[in-house]
Design a protein around this ligand. Structure first.
Ligand code: ARG
Ligand code: ZN
Ligand code: CA
Length: 241
């Protein structure tokens, strides 16, 4: 990285229906949400409970939309095995994946909102997928996944963040300033949400790496910021940025 980290983004749109052919304006709204969420300028950041305000972070990474690539298809759903990332399978290969964040907007199916590839994987499949319905601010997807936070969560994974519950009962996310969570949380838990993991403490249900409703997630932590920053330094898995 030379100075401030600005991530170039290419959005790959795969559509069969008009609704799947999401507009440039909706795509820009998603970039705007990401820019807010990764600079702690999202309007709900100030809802962070005082208990967690000291660790709530400005990640200080911004995103710039370089290109939107559109392709029509006859596929009704793409699944979660990377077919949308392969031109040979009817999808679209990523553009310059060592220096560009590729996003795919398509119908995933199976009730999946989106999925991401962690750093260190194959460049040919690198990037994040978010179902067309949940792409952008107030897309066609109904409440409670209508605020573009699926992308914030997926880009968190793409930058090496684990789920806050560590995908295990009272598991670890390898970040020390996020509290231990029993499991994934849904809806919008009311603070304080007391953990059943010991010793007694409150869970940080408003962290982007939990599974709450879009309006219930609005912060990353300093520890998560360090974990993200580490992949972009020389020798890191995304040093090309
Ligand atoms: N289930 C997805 C994943 O594990 C994303 C969940 C995003 N949550 C949300 N409120 N948009 O990557
Ligand atoms: Zn996730
Ligand atoms: Ca933790």
């Amino acid at each position: 990285v030379n100075g401030k980290l600005v991530i170039p983004v290419v959005v790959n749109v795969l559509y069969r229906t008009a609704a799947e052919n999401i507009s440039d304006a909706l795509i820009q709204s998603q970039i705007d949400v990401l820019n807010q969420d990764f600079t702690a300028t999202n309007p709900d950041f100030s809802s962070t409970p005082a208990e967690f305000a000291g660790v709530a972070a400005n990640i200080d990474i911004t995103f710039v939309l370089e290109q939107v690539i559109r392709k029509s298809t006859t596929k009704t759903s793409w699944g979660t095995r990377d077919a949308m990332k392969k031109t040979k399978q009817g999808g679209l290969d990523p553009t310059s994946p060592s220096t560009t964040l590729n996003m795919w907007a398509c119908t995933v199916g199976g009730g999946i909102l989106g999925y991401a590839q962690f750093p260190g994987g194959s460049l040919a499949t690198d990037g994040v997928v978010v179902d067309s319905k949940y792409f952008g601010l107030s897309g066609s997807g109904a409440y409670p996944y209508n605020l573009g936070r699926t992308m914030t969560h997926e880009v968190g994974h793409w930058m090496n963040l684990r789920h806050i519950w560590g995908d295990a009962s009272c598991g670890s996310d390898l970040v020390s300033d996020t509290p231990v969570h029993k499991t994934s949380n849904f809806g919008v838990p009311v603070y304080p949400y007391v953990s059943t993991c010991l010793p007694a403490h409150n869970e940080m249900t408003m962290n982007y790496m939990d599974y709450t409703d879009d309006r219930g997630m609005y912060m990353f932590t300093n520890g998560q910021k360090s974990r993200m920053a580490a992949i972009f330094v020389s020798g890191g898995a995304r040093a090309g940025f």
